[in-house]
Design a protein around this ligand. Structure first.
Ligand code: 5AD
Ligand code: SF4
Length: 450
């Protein structure tokens, strides 16, 4: 009998990837994904706890599903992901209509745990043990939910860095790498279903150790014939090697784009965060990347208002953002996470002071992003076509090697068939630049590409 699962995913790409894996396991048990909770036999909230009030948000979200459970006692509701891992039993105590709490290392047990459901009875499962190893069964080919042509592939899980503000090592456990052969097998399977771009995922991909090192793994992935583009995220600046920097030169499939979280432009804050690099050593790596590939796209993460961050420290962060000229940044107000080392430090700023700093920093970045986007007008770029544009069904959308979204219309000559063009790389001339996207038109001649 066909059953329906509704999955809501919060947080990072790692969580999106976990949701895809959950669905692939659930398909073995005749589940199909549905788009509203009302149609579902199973509702899963895949949660994130990187920033504060995460648990609180889960309770308010669960509240929305309570009446559905009252109407249909056979409905199963589960919380998965980082909040599940962290809060465990407490979630069921506070929300007794919740059936399952599945931690980050138990996704592959989902179907087995669902099998324990007895008709007319509520399930009461808390599966939050962290494992010491990583097995082939836990990872499998999981088709992308949001795209037909690009997919993410987890190459490792957990983190051993213990940055002082971060909850991830506690909720995702120690760093463990999947075997390179399993990753390659997954990538090959994905390409058989039409995927032409993969993003390799890990909290710290540079410390991958799955029989080969990360640079070697990238070479192997790029060697998969049908694949057109390869990306990876996230690189820890302290572990970014010269070997990897140079690979951008020799591997045409490796997109010239890198996310390199700086977190702060002040050495004393970086030290208090236990990041393991200085602003100077970070900048050296940026210069090495830029001198080899001037057009490489750089993005970063910044935390403002870390305990003890002075006005001067904050100015140094603003300076660093200006010096690098990032294509984009993801910026956050520091949020105290219980159990982390930084949670013991006294907070030096009020919420409104932190928000003011965030506002100022985001304003600066908006200007930088806008000027980077405008500089592309008139340029010819290569775009991997992903599908219909979000804004209009009349338009298609794709991304440049630098991960910038470009929308365009097909010409009315009928030269391109909409379905055939999805998954191909085409050349577009940029005609307009907006904050989060570009518009382009088809070009026919070979030209220098950005
Ligand atoms: N407070 C604010 N931001 C955080 N991040 C991680 N932990 C915290 C925290 N406690 C941010 C970092 C990281 C990104 C994924 O989330 O910038 O790189
Ligand atoms: Fe968290 Fe630091 Fe690990 Fe990134 S490297 S997941 S910020 S502990």
């Amino acid at each position: 009998m066909e059953k329906y699962v509704y999955i809501e995913t919060f947080g990072c790409q790692m969580n999106d990837d976990d949701s895809e894996r959950m669905l692939s396991f659930l398909k073995d048990d005749n589940f199909t994904l549905c788009s509203t909770p009302n149609e579902a036999d199973l509702i899963l909230l895949n949660t994130c706890s990187v920033r504060e009030k995460a648990e609180h948000k889960v309770y308010s979200m669960l509240g929305r599903f309570r009446s559905l459970k009252e109407e249909n006692p056979e409905l199963i509701i589960g919380v998965t992901g980082c909040v599940a891992q962290q809060a465990g039993e407490r979630l069921i105590e506070r929300a007794p209509y919740l059936d399952m709490v599945i931690g980050t290392h138990n996704i592959h047990n989902l179907v087995k745990l669902l099998g324990k459901k007895e008709k007319g009875k509520k399930l009461r499962i808390v599966a939050t043990e962290l494992k010491e190893d990583i097995t082939r069964e836990e990872y499998r080919v999981s088709m992308p939910l949001a795209s037909k042509v690009k997919a993410t592939v987890s190459i490792m899980r957990g983190c051993d860095n213990y940055c002082t503000y971060c909850i991830v090592p506690y909720v995702r456990g120690p760093e463990m790498s999947r075997a390179a052969e399993d990753i390659i097998a997954e990538v090959k399977e994905l390409t058989k279903s039409g995927v032409t771009e993969v993003t390799l995922l890990g909290q710290n991909v540079n410390s991958y150790k799955g029989g080969v090192g990360f640079t070697e793994l990238l070479k192997l992935v790029c060697g998969v014939g049908e694949l057109k583009r390869v990306r990876f995220v996230t690189s820890h600046p302290k572990d970014l090697s010269r070997e990897l920097i140079e690979l951008f030169n020799t591997e045409p499939k490796l997109c010239r784009q890198i996310h390199l979280p700086l977190q702060s432009g002040s050495n004393s804050v970086l030290q208090a965060m236990k990041r393991g690099y200085t602003v100077e050593s970070y900048m050296e790596k940026v210069h090495a990347l830029r001198s080899l590939y001037p057009s490489i796209s750089l993005t970063t993460d910044i935390i403002v208002g870390f305990p003890g961050e002075s006005e001067e420290d904050f100015r140094m962060t603003m300076d660093a953002i200006e010096d690098v000229g990032y294509d984009n940044i993801f910026s956050f107000v520091y949020s105290q996470r219980p159990g982390t080392v930084a949670a013991e430090l006294e907070e030096s700023l009020s919420d409104s002071e932190k928000k003011e700093r965030l506002y100022e920093l985001q304003k600066l970045q908006k200007e930088i992003t806008a000027s980077k986007q405008s500089a592309l007008v008139g340029k010819i770029v290569e775009v991997l076509v992903e599908g219909e544009s979000k804004a209009s069904k009349q338009e298609l959308s794709g991304r440049t090697e630098c991960n910038k979204v470009v929308n365009f219309s097909l010409d009315d000559t009928g030269t391109f068939d909409k379905d055939n063009i999805v998954g191909s790389i085409i050349q577009l001339k940029i005609t307009d630049a907006f904050t989060n996207s570009l518009r382009g038109e088809l070009v026919w001649k070979e030209a220098n590409v950005c």
